[in-house]
Ligand binder design. Structure first.
Ligand code: DC
Length: 226
């Protein structure tokens, strides 16, 4: 059976990560969370106290940092030069700064090159903002996931609560809308639906339903191409 490439794009907290992870598990594919790669570079920039507008130094961070996504003990881990930063990259400081860092073309060039390398043999589910439009325009299946801002804020709140952080839901909704604005209006690879992507609104779907939807589409593509 041919191992296909699945691209899942969409705004923050639309359900991409959970869906991509479970779809990859069902198909026995690799799951690549490209947002985690931008987050890891952002963490290093913050740790080195580089000004967020110092593009030259930020580019150098992207070029000399090794970001790896690995499966260790059945869990996806993010390694930054060998250090496990899976948890740290989800902090609110990183979340606030990552839109800025990911808007720089030199940073994108480095990470997109790595994402294409990982995807070249197929059997991968990549999730992000520009996978279907820029990174892999020839992907076999493109899904564009959306959900209402209200639902996305509720999901983020629950997620944060699980790691012991209590944040007001309205604050989270504002932050999500602000991130949408930055991700869709930036000059470099803005978030947009690829013309040939299938839109999936997850606002009133369960995780199981989201996963089944993508698996059904994937199986069709796999059948057709084998
Ligand atoms: O999916 P996420 O929230 O972890 O992504 C973090 C940020 O990285 C997001 O604000 C936009 C950026 N990003 C990007 O520009 N391109 C991608 N392919 C993935 C994420």
């Amino acid at each position: 059976m041919r191992k296909i490439v699945i691209a899942i794009d969409g705004p923050a907290a639309s359900g991409k990560s959970t869906t991509a992870k479970l779809v990859a598990r069902r198909l026995g594919y690799l799951h690549i969370d490209t947002g985690a790669m931008y987050r890891a570079i952002t963490l290093r920039v913050l740790e080195e106290r580089i000004a967020l507008d110092d593009v030259k130094s930020i580019r150098s961070v992207a070029e000399r940092s090794k970001v790896r996504l690995e499966r260790i003990d059945h869990a996806n881990r993010v390694l930054l030069d060998g250090r496990d930063v899976t948890k740290e990259i989800r902090s609110r400081e990183v979340t606030r700064a990552v839109s800025m860092i990911s808007s720089y073309q030199p940073v994108r060039d480095v990470l997109v090159r790595e994402q294409r390398r990982i995807a070249k043999d197929g059997g991968v589910v990549l999730e992000g903002r520009d996978i279907g439009t820029v990174v892999l325009p020839m992907a076999d299946l493109k899904i564009y996931m959306v959900a209402s801002a209200d639902e996305r804020a509720t999901r983020r709140k629950k997620e944060l609560e699980q790691s012991g952080t209590i944040v007001d839901r309205n604050v989270l909704e504002q932050e999500i809308l602000e991130r949408d604005r930055k991700d869709t209006t930036r000059a470099a690879s803005p978030l947009q639906k690829a013309a040939d992507a299938i839109e999936l609104d997850t606002s009133s779907l369960t995780i199981d339903q989201q996963v089944e939807f993508v698996i059904a589409k994937a199986n069709k593509v796999i059948e057709k191409s084998t």
